[in-house]
Design a binder for this molecule. Structure first.
Ligand SMILES: [Fe+2]
Ligand SMILES: [Fe+2]
Length: 148
């Protein structure tokens, strides 16, 4: 699988978990805990592996450097929100509000990656590179998920 197909697959998984979590109420503590644990693991591994492989290749190119730097900062915001959501009781009325903010952030980030960054990246990377970076992303993610 090339890097674009792989990232899209991850993005769909994260979006699905965010949608499901967004539908839960303050009383659904167990469901929130279960889905949130999945989301945190998936989103953290995705962002780290993405930075180490895809972003790393693109930050060297003039056309993609700026959007990659912005992407890293967006990962940082998402990671901070995940930490806060993790620490907060799942029946707190602020939990759902915070989750919605995370969802908005991540949705915007994914859109920017798939629309803007992918388009520019296709000019920077050839098909063989896209394939090779996909393989490395897969290995990187597997290693990160094995740590937890
Ligand atoms: Fe991504
Ligand atoms: Fe990202």
């Amino acid at each position: 699988m090339d890097i674009y197909a792989l990232l899209k697959q991850d993005h769909e998984k994260v979006t699905e978990l965010l949608d499901k979590l967004d539908e839960t109420g303050d009383g659904a503590v167990k469901t929130r805990e279960k889905l949130f644990a999945q989301l945190k693991q998936e989103l953290t591994a995705h962002s780290e592996a993405e930075e180490k492989t895809f972003y790393d290749a693109l930050k060297k190119a003039e056309e993609t450097r700026e959007i990659v730097l912005e992407g890293v900062e967006e990962h940082h915001v998402a990671s901070a929100l995940l930490t806060e959501l993790d620490a907060m009781p799942k029946d707190d009325e602020r939990w759902g509000a915070k989750l919605s903010v995370l969802k908005e952030n991540v949705t915007h980030h994914i859109e920017e990656e798939e629309k803007e960054l992918f388009k520019k990246a296709r000019k920077v990377l050839d098909a063989a590179q896209a394939e090779e970076i996909g393989k490395r992303m897969e290995a990187e993610k597997r290693a990160l998920l094995a740590q937890v």
